[in-house]
Design a protein around this ligand. Structure first.
Ligand code: C5P
Length: 399
């Protein structure tokens, strides 16, 4: 998303300036053209040479280049930029930006910038919590700037609290998410994810190896594209990247069905990514089943509801329902059969015969079948990239 983008990185005088060297490196690696502007104080922390080497462009700091008298046009820079990020942003620079105190190259460029501006504050916890800092940040927000809130942790003062500049990887992610086309804006998406646990007794359950990585990658991708996202999630360790994603935690298939049905009526796109247990014990033993000397306990199973098929029956015109098929043999015909039987508009096939596909891996290899009998087979990709391919297909179908 950042390939070819013009990014102004404003560096101000805080110890977190050393992290901005890594940020520059990551932005350049992602294909962005980076122009660093440093405040005079920033140069006390990191030499401009570090940034000019990493960005491949001379650092700008003054209104004039002293030895040539060349004017550095903040107006041209402001127009050149696709985005501006101030990281670290000290309390002083935040105050100047909020109040238009244009006494250095960075703040004048900010005032000239037409592009979206991101601010990653970094300061001591008490400075961060001070009403003037909070007010200035609120002012910046009200002008349409994006604040990348600092994280909590140990600060340069050795005090522990909120004020650590967000990590460079996270800042790059925020920037690249910003440039994702918002082709799902206004859409409501529900995703089932992870395994289900079918309880036997207080300490045992029937489950499976699903980790939820694919389902959560889909949720993150939908949110990046502007959708409002709900995940009905079995027990997993993964978390969504976007705090606006709503998680409804469940354990059993029945709970998952109930939660999915409640949300489904008001949903545009539903993706059934959960590995739902097909069977559950016919009753729950509320004290731990003891080991008997000779007798081997027998667990009777009952069929679980099929969530995808149930939603397939409840589906209204305009709703788009996607299922997954994890197969070990006759993959293509099984996937097509499932798509029709469950009344799905699309099915995503992954085969356990493909290395790197299926449960627990960070990668997946899928074939996407759509209602019109079309199918596309993709290469092995990371789960976030697979999620992007799936939503590209969905958006194409919705058109
Ligand atoms: O029939 P099978 O389990 O292979 O179908 C897989 C698809 O159906 C997946 O999309 C899965 O999330 C969904 N499914 C479901 N409820 C079940 C079983 C599967 O929603 N009880």
């Amino acid at each position: 998303m950042l390939k070819g983008k013009h990014i102004i990185l404003g560096v101000t005088g805080g110890i977190a300036a050393y992290k901005s060297a890594i940020l520059t490196r990551l932005l350049v690696k992602a294909g962005a053209e980076v122009q660093v502007i440093m405040t005079p104080a920033a140069k006390q922390f990191v030499a401009p040479l570090t940034f000019s080497t990493l960005s491949g462009k001379p650092v700008i700091s003054e209104f004039f280049t002293a030895n040539t008298g060349q004017w550095n046009s903040h107006v041209d820079l402001g127009l050149w930029a696709d985005a501006m990020i101030i990281a670290p942003a000290t309390a002083s620079t935040i105050g100047k930006m909020a109040n238009g105190v244009a006494d250095n190259m960075l703040v004048t460029t900010y005032l000239s910038a037409k592009a979206p501006v991101f601010v990653a504050p970094a300061m001591d916890l008490d400075m961060m919590a001070h009403p003037s800092t909070r007010r200035n940040l609120e002012l910046l927000k009200s002008y349409g700037n994006h604040i990348i809130e600092p994280a909590e942790g140990e600060l340069a003062s050795h005090l522990v609290g909120k004020g650590r500049m967000e990590e460079p990887e996270k800042i790059v992610q925020v920037l690249s998410n910003f440039f994702v086309p918002k082709d799902l804006a206004g859409k409501k998406v529900i995703i089932t994810a992870g395994p289900t646990y079918e309880k036997i007794d207080p300490v045992r359950f029937i489950g499976n190896y699903s980790t939820g990585k694919m389902g959560y990658a889909l949720a993150d991708e939908a949110a990046r594209r502007g959708a409002s996202v709900t995940v009905v999630s079995g027990p997993v360790a993964v978390k969504p990247q976007d705090s606006d994603i709503k998680i409804i935690p469940v354990q059993t298939a029945r709970q998952m069905l109930e939660a999915a049905q409640t949300v489904f009526a008001d949903t545009d796109i539903a993706i059934m990514c959960a590995a739902v247990a097909d069977y559950a014990p016919d009753h729950y033993t509320d004290s731990k089943i003891k080991r008997e000397k000779d007798e081997i306990p027998v667990i009777h199973l009952v069929k679980n509801p099929d969530i995808a098929a149930t939603l397939g029956r409840e589906k209204q015109p305009g709703q788009f329902l996607v299922g997954f098929a994890l197969e070990t043999d006759s993959e293509q015909s099984n996937a097509r059969e499932k798509m029709h039987r469950k009344n799905l508009d699309m099915i995503v096939l992954n085969s356990l015969r493909d290395k790197g596909a299926g449960f627990g891996t960070d990668t997946n290899k899928v074939t996407i079948f759509t209602g019109e009998g079309m199918s596309v087979t993709y290469d092995l990709k990371s789960k976030p990239q697979v999620a992007s391919d799936i939503f590209d297909s969905i958006v194409r179908c919705l058109k």
